[in-house]
Design a protein around this ligand. Sequence first.
Ligand code: NAD
Ligand code: MG
Length: 387
Amino acid sequence: TRRVAAALAAHTPPRRLRVTLSHTAYDVVIGAGLIARAGALLAPVLPQKRVFIVTDATVARLHLPALLESLAATGIGAETVVVPPGEGSKRLAEFGRVTDAMLAAGVERRTAVIALGGGVVGDLAGYAAASVMRGLPFVQIPTTLLSQVDSSVGGKTGINTAYGKNLLGAFHQPRIVLADTGALATLPPRELSAGYAEIVKAGLIGDAALYRWCEQHGPAITGTAPGGADPDLQAEAVLRACAFKAAVVGDDEREEKPSDGRALLNLGHTFAHALEAECGYDGSLLHGEAVAIGLVLALRLSARLGFCDPGLAPRVAAHLESAGLPSSTGMLNRRFQAESLVAHMQRDKKMRDGRLAFVATRGIGAAFTDRAVPREAVMALLAEETG
Ligand code: NAD
Ligand code: MG
């Protein structure tokens, strides 16, 4: 049935979502087989029949040949730089290697940069595109579920430094995003589930219908269902999550609103960042896995503060588990200390008067920013979680 579903999905016409910003607008095209049709899809938005592709070694092996073939068939010239897979490539040395490769290739102001890969490639290539000659046209071809539903929409690009993640960067909007859901077929199951956590997050923040739809279809999106993954449901999930993110981003392009804007996208992330920092970004805990645990902690905190029903956290935990995600630190192969987790949050958020800022919720789809969460409430929750 999986093969039949894939064949059917290949015949489902791609869906298009328009992202409208104050100075620009672009389409997110979603569907199976888009990489193989990239030449025709890109031709109308490319200023020049020439592109420079940035990808990582894993994605290059799996998906670069189809992209090169389709560009060549449309008469679009392409050069490529390949970076090592993984978060380690989001650093200044690799950024320098990528921008040097572009300049060595003689890119011009009208040469578009294509990011073919996950969020690492998208952030690195996007920042290179924003910087070389003060800005080259940029195209995103996200190949992980996380990058299709989250990082490819919104225009944030950047790299990490020794002082922290994403501290060098720029806003640089793409001309178009091609989310080829067919590429998800080669993604490791853990990466698929990790990306799914950000879809659940979107529903919990502000789209109750999306969350309920997730409860119905989650395992068929992550492939943990008995029948495996359903490509058509995956495409619908990408569309719904992108539509949500596009609406939030359209309302607060540069994260300038102190509350209710892009800041809401951080639901569960204060906890997640602390867990990731404790694990030392060694790859043992994927961002989406940390987000899954962080979502449940944010719901438990919200219940503790009297904002939402205490039944919500266990309900969401059960759903995340059904989609192949951890829902508590007890499911990980390591122990955490409440004190060190809170210490990370204080450093992260610059606690004021013993109070921390969190995205909390009044229920499914009703998140808000609470800037005055008492440190003790967070401490008590984490003591219970890690105890
Ligand atoms: P990633 O780019 O490292 O990809 C995960 C792994 O999957 C890599 O090993 C990659 O080689 C492999 N891979 C990618 N596509 C594949 C495919 N189709 N088949 C098989 N393997 C494939 O990680 P990610 O989770 O996509 O992105 C994480 C990054 O995104 C982080 O650096 C994070 O900071 C960033 N991010 C950015 C934003 C933003 O708004 N710019 C938002 C969220 C996350
Ligand atoms: Mg995230």
